[in-house]
Design a protein around this ligand. Structure first.
Ligand code: ACO
Length: 326
């Protein structure tokens, strides 16, 4: 049986680090009040990174991809599919796709397939599920899966309830065909009836909306996120016929520490089995899971043979889980 297996990870954070105190000072200059204490208590976030003016989602992605390729031992030319999960592509409508731009910036001339995946904060999980299906169907051997975002570009810095929560970054994995177990289960869901509680700026092609920035009904998102994350993790476990206790590492979408801790608790997992980067990265949407995965791979917490549950939830409304053996 052919499996798909993660054979390399990489990540990239832009150089500019912005602390809660930095943001509070920036907002105070406009008469908007916030504080490190409010942000940490409500979200667990202490800092986030912002891309430089000349850095786009594709630049962050390329930096993460190079590291993932290096870790995998593969050359870029050996990749036959690139999937980039992003809601902040370089061009409107992913036209051209960020994945095509990444392919070119990596110097690839092998005509690998390349496309963007739009599922907001679930984008990485959706992209992994797609890559896994391509590999299992025999349609790809080595897939570069990237989550990359420059959410700082779509935030309303007059809206304290959203601008403090998000950051920029990228994470990447190389998923390759393998005879050894890798991805064990994949579960994806969406419910478009909740699309209005979390959305980005309207495109120029949408004349019915004058939405200029990211909009989020925080409490509504919170409520939905907590309920779906537990359910989808259990669905993936059931598919793999694995008890929750066999999960070595839980990597939920890094949006809010309270949601993440609540999910671990509902699954009966101790908090120290969860990889947490939200305090340093903020919510980097599609990049948050591969960023956290790479951090825990490189600091040696995640080891070969470990079972890792990755879970995303975000705009759409979308959610999903990928259970993988490393
Ligand atoms: N500083 C100080 N006060 C603030 C701030 C701020 N930055 N932001 C909001 N407040 C105030 C509000 O105005 C409100 O004041 P009021 O009671 O006088 O009206 C009060 O704080 C409480 O606001 P709530 O929104 O009720 O706060 P809550 O405890 O719900 O926390 C939060 C807000 C952090 C946004 C939370 O709801 C949340 O994390 N939601 C989920 C976010 C998430 O998971 N997103 C994932 C998907 S993201 C994606 O897909 C792109």
């Amino acid at each position: 049986m052919t499996y798909s297996k993660i054979i390399g990870t990489g990540s990239y954070l832009p150089a500019k680090r912005v602390t809660n105190d930095d943001l509070a000072a920036q907002l105070a200059a406009k008469g908007i009040e916030t504080s490190d204490e409010w942000i940490v208590t409500r979200s667990g976030i202490s800092a986030r990174h912002y891309a430089a003016p000349d850095e786009n989602a594709s630049d962050l992605a390329v930096n993460a991809a190079r590291k993932a390729l290096e870790a995998s031992g593969l050359e870029a030319e050996q990749i036959d599919l690139i999937i980039v999960a992003t809601s902040t592509p370089d061009y409107f409508g992913s036209f051209p796709s960020t994945a095509c731009i990444v392919q070119n910036k990596l110097g690839m001339r092998n005509n690998s397939a390349a496309f963007d995946m739009g599922a907001v904060c679930s984008g990485f999980v959706y992209a992994m599920a797609t890559a896994d299906a391509f590999i299992k169907a025999g349609n790809a051997k080595n897939v570069l899966v990237i989550g990359t975002e420059v959410f700082s570009r779509i935030l309303d810095f007059d809206d304290r309830s959203t601008c403090v929560l998000f950051g920029d970054g990228a994470g990447a994995v190389v998923l390759a065909a393998s005879e050894e177990p890798g991805v064990l289960a994949v579960k994806l869901h969406a419910d478009g009836s909740h699309g209005g509680i979390l959305c980005g700026p309207a495109n120029p092609s949408n004349q019915a909306s004058n939405q200029k920035f990211l909009y989020m009904d925080g409490p509504a998102v919170f409520k939905l996120a907590v309920s779906v994350l537990e359910k989808v993790a259990n669905e993936a476990l059931a598919h793999a016929q694995m008890p929750a206790g066999d999960i070595d590492w839980l990597i939920p979408h890094q949006a809010n520490l309270r949601i993440m801790t609540g999910t671990a608790k509902k699954l009966g997992l101790p908090a120290d089995k969860m990889v947490v980067t939200v305090h340093e990265h903020g919510n980097t949407s599609a990049a948050s899971i591969p960023l956290a995965l790479d951090v825990a791979m490189r600091d040696g917490r995640i080891k070969p043979g470990h079972n890792v549950m990755m879970e995303g939830v975000g705009g759409g409304f979308t959610w999903g889980a990928v259970l993988a053996r490393m």
